[in-house]
Write a protein of this length. Structure first.
Length: 267
């Protein structure tokens, strides 16, 4: 009983800070300066209630008011806090934790990949109980014709990708790669499909008997950071763009992107 009372005391917060924090949330999500009335409406409080919070936040630099328009935006301290938070983020750590939850939800193997010296490179696997007949492990390099590779091809700079494809076509350029090598021009239709759906899909090819969906994770600058891929045997893999597994992957990738500070994720 004593422990329960202590826990309740530890969890007790300051209500006024929580209430005022709603204003900061609205400003962070707005994308631009707002009037007092707009802020109050979205924070679900009256202008008279919101104004004292804005005054206090302004004194410590969390909020700044434009002297001409009178609109409110985030202040210098809020920007410093945001940048400090971004510097502390570890995208791989965030993605690894999310991969565990995703595998438990969909029961398919989840792979994390980054762009390495040889191209799309697997750095972590959350393996499911469903066996997949392919040699997938950390360090495995994927071609741009795989679901994982298509995400890199679609969202990394086109000139860099075209040059990579040209160089990888040379004999022995990439001795150990999963998936077929392709022609950059021939890939464009698939890459456009990726951009339209926000996902890449591979059904039984280029790896026979294995299917996959892949999704991009973006950093605060909108740059591709990590690719999440779910992999499973084709016979038990729903290939529909709107299936539950595809949506779970989208949601997972979007959530990590949001944690990384990417503000324009489409779900």
């Amino acid at each position: 009983m004593e422990l329960q009372i202590e826990d309740e005391k530890e969890q007790r917060g300051i209500q006024s800070i929580e209430v005022g924090g709603q204003i900061l949330v609205v400003l962070a999500d707005s994308g631009g300066p707002m009037t007092l009335k707009q802020l109050a409406v979205q924070a679900k409080m009256t202008p008279a209630k919101a104004h004292p919070y804005l005054v206090s936040f302004g004194k410590i630099g969390l909020v700044a008011q434009d002297p001409v328009s009178g609109r409110y935006g985030l202040g210098a301290l809020a920007l410093r806090m945001g940048l400090a938070g971004l510097r502390q983020l570890n995208p791989v750590r965030l993605a690894m934790a999310a991969a565990v939850e995703l595998e438990q939800k969909i029961h398919h193997t989840v792979a994390l990949s980054v762009w390495g010296n040889a191209g799309p490179t697997v750095i972590h696997l959350e393996e499911s109980s469903h066996p997949i007949h392919m040699n997938l492990r950390p360090g495995t390099v994927m071609s741009l014709t795989t679901a994982t590779g298509k995400i890199f091809g679609a969202y990394m700079p086109a000139r860099k990708m075209e040059r990579f494809v040209e160089e990888s076509m040379h004999p022995h350029a990439i001795p150990h790669v999963i998936g077929a090598l392709g022609n950059w021009k021939d890939m464009q239709r698939d890459l456009q499909e990726v951009r339209e759906h926000g996902l890449a899909r591979a059904i039984g090819q280029p790896i026979a008997g294995v299917s996959a969906f892949a999704a991009p994770v973006f950093d605060h600058n909108g740059h591709l950071s990590i690719v999440l891929t779910i992999v499973g045997p084709t016979g038990g893999f729903d290939p529909d763009w709107t299936c539950a597994n595809a949506q779970a992957l989208r949601d997972c990738a979007n959530r990590i992107s949001t944690q990384m500070g990417f503000a324009t994720v489409d779900s």
